[in-house]
Design a protein around this ligand. Structure first.
Ligand code: DAK
Length: 258
């Protein structure tokens, strides 16, 4: 692949957006590569956690490729937006937990991509913004929905309508990121979290994230029904038995993914 580096270590797969000369801005080719690699990871039994990050220490992703967007017609922009939403939804829907290691600018589509992940760790130099209004457009990869779900209408409007940049610490105060670490350490901190998650029961993690995602999309009553069915499905697995038995036996569980 030209733009996405894939590295597998233990049971953690790290995807690095690698276009540093354009601060890792997302173009169509990158979206196509991302879709392909996500399809592979979704059925890979040896990947228990995914990390996404940007090459270099300056940018996570500085947005969708402005040069590519510039000449789009409304019809082409509609297609581009739908395709971007479709790929980011695949990221959200991966069975494995996904951690964004945000190592610099996370602007526009880059912030939206981070929002499509389950967990976000930022380095101290990270900068967040939805600056699209300053380019005469609006967030097109799900940002108006995901930011609103995460922060509430008031904060989402403040960020999207002003397009202002916020620091990693401000993002942490808002609840946009889960943790801030020193410059250069986002990826290693994400890997530490990933290894911990990789030792947990993969099926239970999948059920948990699907249940939470479901709740964000549907009314509470339907969400509770889904939670009950995801919850009960865990009881058909050996890992559920192992988890409960080891608790009672006061020993550490060994989860096999079965
Ligand atoms: N696209 C293309 N190239 C980019 C880029 C981007 N988003 N961001 C940076 N670059 C390129 C720069 O053009 C420059 O290239 P050269 O001039 O060297 O060829 C190189 O990366 C280094 O950037 P700078 O020279 O600008 O570096 P600085 O340190 O001075 O500034 C910066 C860093 C991140 C503050 C600045 O580059 C910047 O403001 N970048 C643009 C950030 C931005 O506005 N991002 C949001 C993009 S809009 C939609 C679908 C999707 C979207 C919207 C609508 N629909 C279809 C409805 C999504 C929109 C976006 O993401």
């Amino acid at each position: 692949m030209a733009y996405i580096l894939v590295k597998k270590e233990e049971q953690v797969t790290t995807l690095t957006f690698n276009r540093p000369e354009a601060l890792n801005a997302i173009n169509t080719e990158m979206l196509l590569e991302l879709e392909n690699v996500l399809d592979t990871i979704a059925t890979d039994p040896n990947t228990r956690v995914v990390i996404v990050t940007g090459a270099g220490e300056k940018a996570f992703i500085a947005g969708a490729d402005i040069k590519e967007m510039l000449p789009l017609s409304p019809e082409e922009a509609f297609k581009f937006s739908c395709y971007g939403q479709h790929v980011l939804q695949k990221l959200t829907d991966l069975p494995q937990p996904v951690i964004a290691a945000i190592n610099g600018y996370a602007l526009g589509g880059g912030c939206e991509l981070a929002l499509a992940c389950d967990l976000r760790i930022a380095s101290a130099n990270a900068v967040f913004s939805q600056p699209e209004v300053s380019l005469g457009v609006i967030p097109g990869f799900g940002g108006t929905q995901r930011l609103t779900q995460l922060l509430g209408i008031a904060k989402a409007k403040e960020l999207i309508l002003t397009g202002k940049k916020i620091t990693a610490d401000e993002a942490y105060s808002l609840g946009l990121v889960h943790k801030v670490v020193a410059y250069g350490l986002a990826q290693s901190a994400a890997y530490e979290w990933a290894v911990n998650l990789a030792n947990l029961a993969p099926f239970a993690l999948t059920q948990a994230k699907q249940a939470i995602n479901y709740n964000a999309q549907l009314l509470l009553e339907q969400g509770l029904q889904a939670e009950a069915s995801y919850f009960s499905a865990c009881f058909a697995t050996a890992d559920q038995k192992e988890g409960m038995e080891s608790f009672l036996a006061k020993r550490k569980p060994v989860f096999t993914g079965k």
